[in-house]
Design a protein around this ligand. Sequence first.
Ligand code: NAD
Length: 500
Amino acid sequence: MPPTFKNLIGGDWFAPSTGRYLENRNPADTSDLIGRFPDSGSPDVERAVKAAAKAFERWRLVPAPARGDLLKRLGDLLAANKESLADSMTREMGKVLAETRGDVQEGIDTAYYAASEGRRLFGHTVPSELRAKWAMSWRRPIGVCGLITPFNFPLAIPTWKMFPALACGNTVVLKPSEDVPHTSHRLVELALEAGFPPGVINLVHGRGEVAGKALVEHPEVRVLSFTGSTETGSAIGEIAGRSHKRLSLEMGGKNALIVLDDADLDLALDGVLWGAFGTTGQRCTATSRLLLHRKIHDKFVTRLADRAGQLKLGDGRRAGVEVGPLIHEAARDKVERYVEIGKKAGAKLISGGKRPRGASAAKGWFFEPTIFAGVKAGDRLEQEEIFGPVLSVVRIESLDEAIRVNNGVRYGLSSSLYTRDVQAAFRAMQDLDNGITYINAPTIGAEAHLPFGGVKQTGNGHREGGWQVYEFYSETKVGYVDYSGRLQKAQIDNYVRLET
Ligand code: NAD
Protein backbone atom coordinates (compact mmCIF):
# COMPACT_ATOMS: atom_id res chain seq x y z
CA MET A 1 0.00 0.00 0.00
CA PRO A 2 1.68 3.31 -1.05
CA PRO A 3 1.98 5.88 1.74
CA THR A 4 -0.35 8.84 2.20
CA PHE A 5 1.38 12.14 3.01
CA LYS A 6 0.28 15.25 4.91
CA ASN A 7 0.94 18.97 5.01
CA LEU A 8 3.39 20.39 7.56
CA ILE A 9 1.75 23.31 9.37
CA GLY A 10 3.02 24.91 12.57
CA GLY A 11 5.26 21.91 13.27
CA ASP A 12 2.49 19.28 12.99
CA TRP A 13 1.33 17.07 10.15
CA PHE A 14 -2.23 17.65 8.91
CA ALA A 15 -4.40 15.84 6.38
CA PRO A 16 -5.91 18.22 3.79
CA SER A 17 -9.21 19.89 4.69
CA THR A 18 -10.60 18.71 1.34
CA GLY A 19 -10.03 15.02 2.14
CA ARG A 20 -8.69 14.69 -1.40
CA TYR A 21 -5.29 13.47 -2.56
CA LEU A 22 -3.19 13.55 -5.74
CA GLU A 23 -1.24 10.53 -6.91
CA ASN A 24 2.49 10.85 -7.45
CA ARG A 25 3.83 8.32 -9.98
CA ASN A 26 7.26 7.51 -11.36
CA PRO A 27 7.43 9.03 -14.87
CA ALA A 28 9.78 6.23 -16.01
CA ASP A 29 7.28 3.56 -14.92
CA THR A 30 3.78 4.82 -14.29
CA SER A 31 2.75 1.59 -12.53
CA ASP A 32 5.08 2.66 -9.69
CA LEU A 33 2.92 4.74 -7.31
CA ILE A 34 5.16 6.72 -4.93
CA GLY A 35 2.37 8.01 -2.73
CA ARG A 36 -0.75 10.09 -2.33
CA PHE A 37 -0.22 13.77 -1.52
CA PRO A 38 -2.72 16.36 -0.25
CA ASP A 39 -4.87 18.12 -2.82
CA SER A 40 -5.15 21.02 -0.40
CA GLY A 41 -7.73 23.78 -0.40
CA SER A 42 -7.62 27.39 0.73
CA PRO A 43 -8.39 26.51 4.41
CA ASP A 44 -5.10 24.59 4.51
CA VAL A 45 -3.24 27.58 3.09
CA GLU A 46 -5.01 29.86 5.58
CA ARG A 47 -3.89 27.67 8.47
CA ALA A 48 -0.29 27.54 7.18
CA VAL A 49 -0.05 31.30 6.69
CA LYS A 50 -1.43 31.90 10.19
CA ALA A 51 1.17 29.48 11.64
CA ALA A 52 3.95 31.21 9.68
CA ALA A 53 2.77 34.66 10.83
CA LYS A 54 2.76 33.52 14.46
CA ALA A 55 6.23 31.94 14.16
CA PHE A 56 7.56 35.12 12.54
CA GLU A 57 7.09 37.10 15.75
CA ARG A 58 9.82 35.03 17.45
CA TRP A 59 11.93 33.92 14.49
CA ARG A 60 12.63 37.48 13.37
CA LEU A 61 14.29 38.11 16.76
CA VAL A 62 16.61 35.07 16.62
CA PRO A 63 20.09 36.45 15.92
CA ALA A 64 20.98 35.98 12.26
CA PRO A 65 24.15 33.95 13.04
CA ALA A 66 22.00 31.53 15.06
CA ARG A 67 19.56 31.24 12.14
CA GLY A 68 22.62 30.52 10.01
CA ASP A 69 23.70 27.73 12.39
CA LEU A 70 20.39 25.93 11.78
CA LEU A 71 20.86 26.27 8.03
CA LYS A 72 24.36 24.82 8.39
CA ARG A 73 22.88 21.84 10.26
CA LEU A 74 20.28 21.38 7.54
CA GLY A 75 23.05 21.50 4.90
CA ASP A 76 24.89 18.76 6.83
CA LEU A 77 21.73 16.64 6.89
CA LEU A 78 21.22 17.10 3.15
CA ALA A 79 24.83 15.99 2.62
CA ALA A 80 24.37 12.93 4.85
CA ASN A 81 21.22 11.95 2.91
CA LYS A 82 22.44 12.91 -0.54
CA GLU A 83 22.32 9.49 -2.15
CA SER A 84 18.88 8.53 -0.89
CA LEU A 85 17.46 11.97 -1.76
CA ALA A 86 18.88 11.68 -5.29
CA ASP A 87 17.40 8.23 -5.68
CA SER A 88 13.91 9.24 -4.57
CA MET A 89 14.10 12.40 -6.67
CA THR A 90 14.94 10.45 -9.81
CA ARG A 91 12.05 8.14 -8.99
CA GLU A 92 9.54 10.98 -8.91
CA MET A 93 11.03 13.38 -11.48
CA GLY A 94 12.83 11.14 -13.95
CA LYS A 95 16.17 12.85 -14.58
CA VAL A 96 19.26 10.66 -14.26
CA LEU A 97 20.96 10.08 -10.91
CA ALA A 98 24.04 12.17 -11.77
CA GLU A 99 21.67 15.10 -12.23
CA THR A 100 19.60 14.55 -9.10
CA ARG A 101 22.84 14.27 -7.12
CA GLY A 102 23.74 17.66 -8.58
CA ASP A 103 20.30 18.95 -7.56
CA VAL A 104 20.95 17.91 -3.94
CA GLN A 105 24.46 19.38 -4.07
CA GLU A 106 22.98 22.70 -5.16
CA GLY A 107 20.78 22.57 -2.04
CA ILE A 108 23.80 21.81 0.17
CA ASP A 109 25.82 24.66 -1.35
CA THR A 110 22.87 27.02 -0.95
CA ALA A 111 22.51 26.00 2.72
CA TYR A 112 26.17 26.69 3.47
CA TYR A 113 26.09 30.00 1.62
CA ALA A 114 22.94 31.02 3.54
CA ALA A 115 24.51 29.88 6.82
CA SER A 116 27.49 32.14 6.25
CA GLU A 117 25.22 35.01 5.18
CA GLY A 118 23.82 34.90 8.72
CA ARG A 119 27.14 36.46 9.73
CA ARG A 120 27.03 39.11 7.00
CA LEU A 121 23.64 40.55 5.98
CA PHE A 122 25.57 43.77 5.59
CA GLY A 123 24.11 47.19 6.01
CA HIS A 124 26.02 50.46 5.67
CA THR A 125 27.34 52.97 8.13
CA VAL A 126 28.02 56.24 6.34
CA PRO A 127 28.98 59.77 7.35
CA SER A 128 26.05 62.00 8.24
CA GLU A 129 25.55 65.38 6.59
CA LEU A 130 25.34 66.86 10.07
CA ARG A 131 27.68 67.00 12.98
CA ALA A 132 27.47 64.67 15.97
CA LYS A 133 25.13 62.34 14.15
CA TRP A 134 25.35 58.72 13.01
CA ALA A 135 23.69 57.46 9.85
CA MET A 136 23.32 53.77 9.06
CA SER A 137 21.22 51.20 7.28
CA TRP A 138 20.52 47.56 8.08
CA ARG A 139 18.40 44.67 6.85
CA ARG A 140 15.14 43.65 8.43
CA PRO A 141 13.03 40.58 7.79
CA ILE A 142 9.75 41.18 6.00
CA GLY A 143 7.29 38.52 7.17
CA VAL A 144 5.62 35.48 5.64
CA CYS A 145 7.01 34.40 2.28
CA GLY A 146 4.94 32.29 -0.13
CA LEU A 147 7.22 30.07 -2.22
CA ILE A 148 5.89 28.40 -5.38
CA THR A 149 8.21 26.04 -7.23
CA PRO A 150 8.31 24.01 -10.47
CA PHE A 151 9.01 20.33 -11.08
CA ASN A 152 12.38 20.31 -12.81
CA PHE A 153 14.67 21.04 -9.84
CA PRO A 154 12.66 19.47 -7.03
CA LEU A 155 15.19 20.21 -4.29
CA ALA A 156 17.47 22.99 -5.54
CA ILE A 157 14.75 25.52 -6.41
CA PRO A 158 12.87 25.25 -3.08
CA THR A 159 16.22 25.73 -1.28
CA TRP A 160 17.15 28.72 -3.48
CA LYS A 161 14.08 30.44 -2.10
CA MET A 162 13.66 28.99 1.37
CA PHE A 163 17.22 29.27 2.72
CA PRO A 164 17.83 32.97 1.99
CA ALA A 165 14.30 33.78 3.17
CA LEU A 166 15.01 32.03 6.50
CA ALA A 167 18.50 33.48 6.88
CA CYS A 168 16.95 36.94 6.58
CA GLY A 169 14.52 36.14 9.41
CA ASN A 170 11.33 35.47 7.44
CA THR A 171 9.05 32.46 7.81
CA VAL A 172 7.85 30.48 4.79
CA VAL A 173 4.97 28.54 3.29
CA LEU A 174 6.17 26.31 0.46
CA LYS A 175 3.75 25.12 -2.25
CA PRO A 176 5.88 22.78 -4.37
CA SER A 177 4.97 21.46 -7.79
CA GLU A 178 2.25 18.83 -7.59
CA ASP A 179 4.47 16.72 -9.87
CA VAL A 180 7.31 16.39 -7.33
CA PRO A 181 5.83 16.65 -3.82
CA HIS A 182 7.93 13.89 -2.28
CA THR A 183 11.24 15.77 -2.48
CA SER A 184 9.76 18.76 -0.63
CA HIS A 185 8.32 16.40 1.97
CA ARG A 186 11.79 15.00 2.57
CA LEU A 187 13.32 18.48 2.67
CA VAL A 188 10.99 19.69 5.43
CA GLU A 189 11.44 16.45 7.38
CA LEU A 190 15.18 17.17 7.44
CA ALA A 191 14.47 20.79 8.42
CA LEU A 192 12.52 19.54 11.44
CA GLU A 193 15.40 17.23 12.32
CA ALA A 194 17.80 20.18 12.06
CA GLY A 195 15.74 21.93 14.74
CA PHE A 196 13.82 24.70 12.99
CA PRO A 197 11.10 25.90 15.38
CA PRO A 198 7.44 25.05 14.60
CA GLY A 199 5.79 27.29 12.02
CA VAL A 200 9.03 28.71 10.60
CA ILE A 201 8.80 26.29 7.65
CA ASN A 202 5.37 25.18 6.45
CA LEU A 203 4.57 22.91 3.53
CA VAL A 204 1.22 22.82 1.74
CA HIS A 205 0.83 20.44 -1.18
CA GLY A 206 -1.73 20.85 -3.91
CA ARG A 207 -2.62 22.16 -7.31
CA GLY A 208 -1.45 25.53 -8.54
CA GLU A 209 -4.89 26.93 -9.41
CA VAL A 210 -6.17 26.09 -5.92
CA ALA A 211 -3.46 25.95 -3.22
CA GLY A 212 -0.97 28.07 -5.19
CA LYS A 213 -3.56 30.73 -5.98
CA ALA A 214 -4.74 30.85 -2.36
CA LEU A 215 -1.17 31.49 -1.25
CA VAL A 216 -0.70 34.25 -3.82
CA GLU A 217 -3.94 35.92 -2.79
CA HIS A 218 -3.47 35.66 0.96
CA PRO A 219 -3.23 39.18 2.43
CA GLU A 220 -0.78 38.16 5.16
CA VAL A 221 1.76 36.85 2.64
CA ARG A 222 4.09 39.81 2.15
CA VAL A 223 6.60 38.23 -0.23
CA LEU A 224 6.06 35.86 -3.15
CA SER A 225 8.75 33.99 -4.99
CA PHE A 226 7.71 32.00 -8.02
CA THR A 227 9.60 29.84 -10.49
CA GLY A 228 7.67 28.27 -13.34
CA SER A 229 6.20 29.07 -16.71
CA THR A 230 5.80 32.62 -18.02
CA GLU A 231 2.01 32.08 -18.32
CA THR A 232 1.65 31.19 -14.63
CA GLY A 233 4.05 34.00 -13.69
CA SER A 234 1.87 36.53 -15.52
CA ALA A 235 -1.23 35.39 -13.63
CA ILE A 236 0.62 35.64 -10.31
CA GLY A 237 2.09 39.02 -11.25
CA GLU A 238 -1.36 40.51 -11.83
CA ILE A 239 -2.58 39.51 -8.38
CA ALA A 240 0.66 40.52 -6.65
CA GLY A 241 0.59 43.88 -8.42
CA ARG A 242 -2.93 44.63 -7.20
CA SER A 243 -2.05 43.68 -3.61
CA HIS A 244 1.41 45.35 -3.58
CA LYS A 245 3.33 42.24 -2.63
CA ARG A 246 7.03 41.93 -3.17
CA LEU A 247 7.39 39.46 -6.02
CA SER A 248 10.22 37.56 -7.66
CA LEU A 249 9.45 35.77 -10.93
CA GLU A 250 11.77 33.28 -12.64
CA MET A 251 10.11 31.97 -15.78
CA GLY A 252 10.56 30.41 -19.18
CA GLY A 253 13.48 30.38 -21.57
CA LYS A 254 14.36 29.81 -25.23
CA ASN A 255 18.10 29.63 -24.96
CA ALA A 256 20.47 29.72 -27.92
CA LEU A 257 23.91 28.19 -28.29
CA ILE A 258 25.98 29.77 -31.06
CA VAL A 259 28.86 27.95 -32.77
CA LEU A 260 31.17 30.11 -34.89
CA ASP A 261 33.40 28.70 -37.62
CA ASP A 262 36.57 29.00 -35.51
CA ALA A 263 35.15 27.02 -32.56
CA ASP A 264 36.51 23.78 -31.11
CA LEU A 265 33.80 21.63 -32.72
CA ASP A 266 34.33 18.57 -30.52
CA LEU A 267 33.87 20.70 -27.44
CA ALA A 268 30.83 22.40 -28.95
CA LEU A 269 29.27 19.05 -29.87
CA ASP A 270 29.55 17.75 -26.31
CA GLY A 271 28.13 21.05 -25.06
CA VAL A 272 25.12 20.98 -27.38
CA LEU A 273 24.18 17.40 -26.45
CA TRP A 274 24.41 18.14 -22.74
CA GLY A 275 22.66 21.51 -23.03
CA ALA A 276 19.80 20.25 -25.20
CA PHE A 277 19.11 16.78 -23.83
CA GLY A 278 20.29 16.92 -20.20
CA THR A 279 17.19 16.79 -17.92
CA THR A 280 15.39 15.65 -21.10
CA GLY A 281 15.38 19.28 -22.21
CA GLN A 282 13.30 20.24 -19.16
CA ARG A 283 15.51 23.03 -17.91
CA CYS A 284 14.71 26.70 -18.03
CA THR A 285 18.26 27.09 -19.35
CA ALA A 286 18.05 24.17 -21.82
CA THR A 287 19.69 24.71 -25.19
CA SER A 288 16.65 24.75 -27.44
CA ARG A 289 18.15 26.72 -30.36
CA LEU A 290 21.45 25.97 -32.05
CA LEU A 291 22.77 28.78 -34.25
CA LEU A 292 25.43 27.34 -36.55
CA HIS A 293 27.78 29.35 -38.73
CA ARG A 294 27.24 28.39 -42.39
CA LYS A 295 30.88 27.28 -42.84
CA ILE A 296 30.58 24.49 -40.27
CA HIS A 297 26.82 23.95 -40.49
CA ASP A 298 26.55 20.78 -42.61
CA LYS A 299 29.42 18.93 -40.99
CA PHE A 300 28.25 19.80 -37.48
CA VAL A 301 24.63 18.80 -38.16
CA THR A 302 25.70 15.38 -39.46
CA ARG A 303 27.85 14.68 -36.41
CA LEU A 304 25.16 15.98 -34.06
CA ALA A 305 22.41 13.77 -35.49
CA ASP A 306 24.69 10.78 -35.22
CA ARG A 307 25.58 11.44 -31.57
CA ALA A 308 21.98 12.27 -30.56
CA GLY A 309 20.83 8.96 -32.04
CA GLN A 310 23.24 7.12 -29.73
CA LEU A 311 22.00 8.68 -26.47
CA LYS A 312 20.70 6.00 -24.13
CA LEU A 313 17.12 6.55 -22.96
CA GLY A 314 15.63 4.87 -19.93
CA ASP A 315 14.98 4.85 -16.21
CA GLY A 316 17.36 7.43 -14.74
CA ARG A 317 18.14 5.10 -11.84
CA ARG A 318 19.74 2.55 -14.18
CA ALA A 319 23.49 2.75 -14.85
CA GLY A 320 24.44 4.05 -18.29
CA VAL A 321 21.16 5.85 -18.95
CA GLU A 322 21.73 9.37 -20.29
CA VAL A 323 18.20 10.67 -20.92
CA GLY A 324 15.17 10.02 -18.70
CA PRO A 325 11.46 10.45 -19.41
CA LEU A 326 9.39 13.61 -19.59
CA ILE A 327 7.56 14.55 -16.42
CA HIS A 328 4.03 13.51 -17.49
CA GLU A 329 1.75 12.70 -20.37
CA ALA A 330 0.80 16.32 -21.04
CA ALA A 331 4.49 17.24 -21.40
CA ARG A 332 5.03 14.47 -23.94
CA ASP A 333 1.86 15.46 -25.80
CA LYS A 334 3.20 19.00 -26.02
CA VAL A 335 6.50 17.76 -27.48
CA GLU A 336 4.60 15.70 -30.04
CA ARG A 337 2.52 18.74 -31.01
CA TYR A 338 5.69 20.73 -31.64
CA VAL A 339 7.16 17.95 -33.76
CA GLU A 340 4.07 18.25 -36.00
CA ILE A 341 4.35 22.05 -35.99
CA GLY A 342 8.00 21.75 -37.10
CA LYS A 343 7.20 19.31 -39.89
CA LYS A 344 4.34 21.48 -41.16
CA ALA A 345 6.61 24.54 -41.20
CA GLY A 346 9.01 22.65 -43.49
CA ALA A 347 11.84 22.08 -40.99
CA LYS A 348 13.91 18.95 -41.57
CA LEU A 349 13.70 16.28 -38.89
CA ILE A 350 17.23 14.87 -38.62
CA SER A 351 16.99 12.87 -35.39
CA GLY A 352 14.27 11.42 -33.14
CA GLY A 353 10.78 12.84 -33.50
CA LYS A 354 8.95 9.86 -31.99
CA ARG A 355 8.41 7.71 -28.92
CA PRO A 356 11.06 5.02 -28.50
CA ARG A 357 10.02 1.41 -29.09
CA GLY A 358 10.21 -1.39 -26.54
CA ALA A 359 8.32 -2.65 -23.52
CA SER A 360 10.29 -0.70 -20.91
CA ALA A 361 9.97 2.57 -22.88
CA ALA A 362 6.19 2.05 -23.05
CA LYS A 363 5.98 2.15 -19.24
CA GLY A 364 6.92 5.81 -19.04
CA TRP A 365 6.74 9.21 -20.74
CA PHE A 366 9.76 8.74 -22.99
CA PHE A 367 10.51 10.62 -26.19
CA GLU A 368 13.56 10.40 -28.43
CA PRO A 369 16.03 13.30 -28.46
CA THR A 370 14.79 15.29 -31.45
CA ILE A 371 16.59 17.66 -33.79
CA PHE A 372 15.16 19.83 -36.53
CA ALA A 373 17.49 21.48 -39.07
CA GLY A 374 16.49 24.21 -41.50
CA VAL A 375 14.53 26.11 -38.86
CA LYS A 376 14.05 29.78 -39.66
CA ALA A 377 14.23 32.66 -37.20
CA GLY A 378 10.63 33.52 -36.39
CA ASP A 379 9.27 29.97 -36.79
CA ARG A 380 7.22 28.73 -33.84
CA LEU A 381 9.85 26.04 -33.17
CA GLU A 382 12.41 28.79 -32.83
CA GLN A 383 10.26 31.16 -30.76
CA GLU A 384 8.25 29.10 -28.27
CA GLU A 385 9.37 27.22 -25.16
CA ILE A 386 8.74 23.50 -25.68
CA PHE A 387 10.37 22.26 -22.47
CA GLY A 388 11.35 18.89 -23.83
CA PRO A 389 14.11 17.18 -25.84
CA VAL A 390 13.69 19.22 -29.02
CA LEU A 391 16.54 21.20 -30.58
CA SER A 392 16.06 23.61 -33.49
CA VAL A 393 19.03 24.37 -35.72
CA VAL A 394 19.23 27.75 -37.45
CA ARG A 395 21.93 28.54 -40.02
CA ILE A 396 23.63 31.91 -39.47
CA GLU A 397 26.05 33.96 -41.58
CA SER A 398 27.83 35.93 -38.86
CA LEU A 399 28.04 36.77 -35.17
CA ASP A 400 25.91 39.86 -35.86
CA GLU A 401 23.13 37.70 -37.24
CA ALA A 402 23.46 35.23 -34.36
CA ILE A 403 23.07 38.05 -31.83
CA ARG A 404 19.98 39.32 -33.68
CA VAL A 405 18.42 35.85 -33.72
CA ASN A 406 19.32 35.19 -30.08
CA ASN A 407 17.69 38.47 -29.06
CA GLY A 408 14.61 38.02 -31.24
CA VAL A 409 12.55 36.03 -28.72
CA ARG A 410 10.44 37.14 -25.79
CA TYR A 411 12.64 35.27 -23.29
CA GLY A 412 16.11 36.16 -22.03
CA LEU A 413 17.55 33.60 -19.64
CA SER A 414 20.82 32.17 -20.91
CA SER A 415 22.94 32.07 -24.06
CA SER A 416 26.21 30.53 -25.13
CA LEU A 417 28.94 31.15 -27.67
CA TYR A 418 31.61 28.74 -28.85
CA THR A 419 34.57 30.53 -30.38
CA ARG A 420 38.34 30.94 -30.04
CA ASP A 421 38.09 34.65 -30.84
CA VAL A 422 38.36 36.70 -27.67
CA GLN A 423 36.89 39.78 -29.34
CA ALA A 424 33.82 37.84 -30.43
CA ALA A 425 33.48 36.43 -26.92
CA PHE A 426 33.44 39.82 -25.21
CA ARG A 427 31.23 41.33 -27.90
CA ALA A 428 28.74 38.49 -27.29
CA MET A 429 28.80 38.96 -23.53
CA GLN A 430 27.98 42.61 -24.11
CA ASP A 431 25.24 42.26 -26.73
CA LEU A 432 23.43 38.97 -26.07
CA ASP A 433 20.30 40.08 -24.24
CA ASN A 434 20.18 37.45 -21.47
CA GLY A 435 20.75 37.16 -17.73
CA ILE A 436 23.61 34.68 -18.25
CA THR A 437 26.08 34.16 -21.13
CA TYR A 438 28.45 31.21 -21.26
CA ILE A 439 31.58 31.19 -23.41
CA ASN A 440 32.69 27.73 -24.57
CA ALA A 441 30.20 26.04 -22.24
CA PRO A 442 26.54 25.10 -22.80
CA THR A 443 23.58 27.22 -21.70
CA ILE A 444 22.95 25.17 -18.55
CA GLY A 445 24.69 24.94 -15.17
CA ALA A 446 24.33 27.65 -12.52
CA GLU A 447 26.61 28.15 -9.52
CA ALA A 448 25.01 28.75 -6.13
CA HIS A 449 27.05 31.82 -5.22
CA LEU A 450 26.21 33.82 -8.36
CA PRO A 451 22.95 35.61 -9.15
CA PHE A 452 20.69 33.57 -11.41
CA GLY A 453 17.86 34.84 -13.56
CA GLY A 454 16.83 36.32 -16.87
CA VAL A 455 15.60 39.43 -18.64
CA LYS A 456 12.48 40.25 -20.68
CA GLN A 457 9.67 37.72 -20.09
CA THR A 458 11.96 35.34 -18.23
CA GLY A 459 12.03 37.46 -15.09
CA ASN A 460 10.96 40.64 -13.38
CA GLY A 461 14.35 42.01 -12.43
CA HIS A 462 15.13 39.96 -9.33
CA ARG A 463 17.70 37.19 -9.09
CA GLU A 464 17.95 33.90 -7.22
CA GLY A 465 21.23 32.78 -5.69
CA GLY A 466 24.35 34.71 -4.85
CA TRP A 467 24.25 37.88 -2.78
CA GLN A 468 21.40 39.57 -4.62
CA VAL A 469 18.65 37.30 -3.35
CA TYR A 470 19.27 38.54 0.22
CA GLU A 471 18.16 41.97 -0.88
CA PHE A 472 14.92 40.50 -2.13
CA TYR A 473 14.14 38.77 1.17
CA SER A 474 14.92 41.75 3.41
CA GLU A 475 13.80 45.31 3.81
CA THR A 476 16.41 48.04 4.18
CA LYS A 477 15.85 50.25 7.18
CA VAL A 478 17.74 53.44 7.90
CA GLY A 479 18.51 54.80 11.37
CA TYR A 480 19.92 58.17 12.46
CA VAL A 481 21.31 58.91 15.93
CA ASP A 482 21.81 62.57 16.70
CA TYR A 483 24.03 63.11 19.75
CA SER A 484 24.58 66.85 19.26
CA GLY A 485 22.07 67.78 21.96
CA ARG A 486 20.42 70.41 19.75
CA LEU A 487 17.89 70.50 16.98
CA GLN A 488 19.73 69.99 13.70
CA LYS A 489 17.60 70.13 10.60
CA ALA A 490 18.64 67.78 7.85
CA GLN A 491 17.84 69.08 4.35
CA ILE A 492 17.61 72.61 5.83
CA ASP A 493 20.58 73.35 8.11
CA ASN A 494 23.12 73.47 5.35
CA TYR A 495 25.23 76.06 7.22
CA VAL A 496 25.96 73.72 10.17
CA ARG A 497 27.93 71.50 7.89
CA LEU A 498 30.61 74.14 7.44
CA GLU A 499 30.70 75.54 10.98
CA THR A 500 34.06 75.19 12.70
P1 NAD B 1 4.17 25.77 -13.95
O1 NAD B 1 4.08 27.23 -14.21
O2 NAD B 1 3.16 24.89 -14.55
O3 NAD B 1 4.08 25.48 -12.37
C1 NAD B 1 4.99 26.04 -11.46
C2 NAD B 1 4.34 26.12 -10.08
O4 NAD B 1 3.28 27.06 -10.14
C3 NAD B 1 3.73 24.81 -9.60
O5 NAD B 1 3.97 24.67 -8.21
C4 NAD B 1 2.25 25.01 -9.87
O6 NAD B 1 1.43 24.25 -9.03
C5 NAD B 1 2.11 26.49 -9.57
N1 NAD B 1 0.94 27.16 -10.19
C6 NAD B 1 0.32 26.84 -11.36
N2 NAD B 1 -0.73 27.69 -11.57
C7 NAD B 1 -0.74 28.55 -10.53
C8 NAD B 1 -1.56 29.66 -10.18
N3 NAD B 1 -2.57 30.05 -10.96
N4 NAD B 1 -1.30 30.33 -9.03
C9 NAD B 1 -0.27 29.95 -8.25
N5 NAD B 1 0.53 28.90 -8.52
C10 NAD B 1 0.31 28.22 -9.65
O7 NAD B 1 5.65 25.31 -14.34
P2 NAD B 1 6.28 23.84 -14.38
O8 NAD B 1 5.68 23.09 -15.52
O9 NAD B 1 6.28 23.22 -13.03
O10 NAD B 1 7.80 24.19 -14.73
C11 NAD B 1 8.26 24.44 -16.02
C12 NAD B 1 8.44 25.93 -16.27
O11 NAD B 1 9.27 26.50 -15.27
C13 NAD B 1 9.14 26.22 -17.58
O12 NAD B 1 8.51 27.30 -18.21
C14 NAD B 1 10.55 26.61 -17.15
O13 NAD B 1 11.25 27.42 -18.06
C15 NAD B 1 10.28 27.30 -15.86
N6 NAD B 1 11.46 27.33 -15.01
C16 NAD B 1 12.11 28.52 -14.88
C17 NAD B 1 13.26 28.61 -14.10
C18 NAD B 1 13.99 29.91 -13.96
O14 NAD B 1 14.76 30.03 -13.02
N7 NAD B 1 13.80 30.88 -14.83
C19 NAD B 1 13.74 27.47 -13.45
C20 NAD B 1 13.04 26.26 -13.62
C21 NAD B 1 11.89 26.21 -14.39
